[in-house]
Design a binder for this molecule. Sequence first.
Ligand code: M6R
Length: 357
Amino acid sequence: EKGTYPHYMLKEIDEQPIVIRKIIKEYQAGDNELKLDEDIRSAMKAADRIYIIAAGTSYHAGLVGKGFIEKLAGIPVEVHVASEFSYNMPLLSSKPLFIFISQSGETADSRSVLVKIKEMGHPALTITNVPGSTLSREADYTLHLHAGPEIAVASTKAYTAQIAVLAILAADTANAKGIELPIDLMKELGIVASTMEVLTDQKEEIEQLARDYMATTRNAFFIGRSTDYNVSLEGALKLKEISYIQAEGFAGGELKHGTIALIEDGTPVVALATQENVNYSIRGNVQEVVARGANALIISMRGLEQDDDAFVLPKVHELLTPLVSVIPLQLLAYYAALHRDCDVDKPRNLAKSVTVE
Ligand code: M6R
C-alpha cells in the first residue's frame, strides 16, 4: 500500500536506503564474507565471458554491473538489450555465463533469449525481484533483489537494488578468485544507504530544479562520461517515460559528433560529474553546450564541485556513485511529471511488465 504517499513512485524512491540495508543484511555472512550460493560462485569462476541480457532500466543497471565485474573480478562482460540479442546473436565465447537482469522476471524479450541459450546448453543466472518468476524458474541460478514489490511503472528501487547486487556478485567472484578488492564493499554500501537518506530528504530542492528546468521544455539532454554516462541514460529514460519530455542520454564526448546541433536557447542539459578522471572533460562538454544557449543543470559530487553546480552529492566511493546520482534524477523526473499533470505511476502506453515480444 502507498499509505500517505501520493504515488507509489515517490514511496519507492524513498525506500531505497531501506532496500540497500536489507541487501547488506541478506548478503553479508560475517566480517568480509559474502553469502552467495556456492553454485553461483563456481559458475562465475568458470566463465570466460559474461553476457548480461536485460531491457530498459534493468539494461541500464547491467551497464553499471559490467564495470563492477570487469574491474573487480577481471571477467570480460558484454551487456545486450534482450530484444536485439534474440535476433542478432554475437559470436559467443567458449565458456559463456548468461546473467538475466529483470525486476519482474517476466519480460518476454529476455525470456526468449533465455530459451535460446538454454537450448544451446549455456548456464544462466537470473537477478530478479521476484524469485519464482518465469526467468527465475527457467534459469539455473537466481539472485534475489530483496527490493519489495515495485508497483510504479517507472523502476526506481529495483535499479539501485540491481546495482548493489551486481556489486556484491562481482566482489564475491573476486574473493573466490583470490583477487584483492579495492573497496570494503559492505561498509561502502552502508555509507551509500545513509547518503540516500540525505538525498531523499532534499525533495524541495529537486522540485525547484524541476520547476526551473523542466516546466515547459519539449526536450532535454542528459550527459556524462564513463559510469556517469550509464546513469545519464537512466535519467533520460525516467524523464521521458513519465513526463513525456523527449529526453536523451549522451556520452559527453559524443555530443560534438552530431547531437549538439539540437541545442538551442534554453535547452535543458543535465550533466553528471561524479568521476574524478572525467571531471575536467565533462566540464568542457558543459561549456560547449552552454556556449550554444543550453540551460545546464550540473549534478556533481563533493570534492569535484564547482561554483555553478546546481546540486552537489555527498561523497560516496567512486565505484558506487550511480546508487546516489540516480536519486536526484528520479526525483527530477517525478516532479517534472507531477508539474505537467501526468499520471506518474501509470504513464500512457506502458505496462509494468512487458510480456510480449
Ligand atoms: O521487469 P524488467 O526489469 O525485466 O523490466 C524491464 C523494463 O521493461 C523496465 O525496466 C522498464 O524500462 C521500466 N518501465 C523503466 O522504468
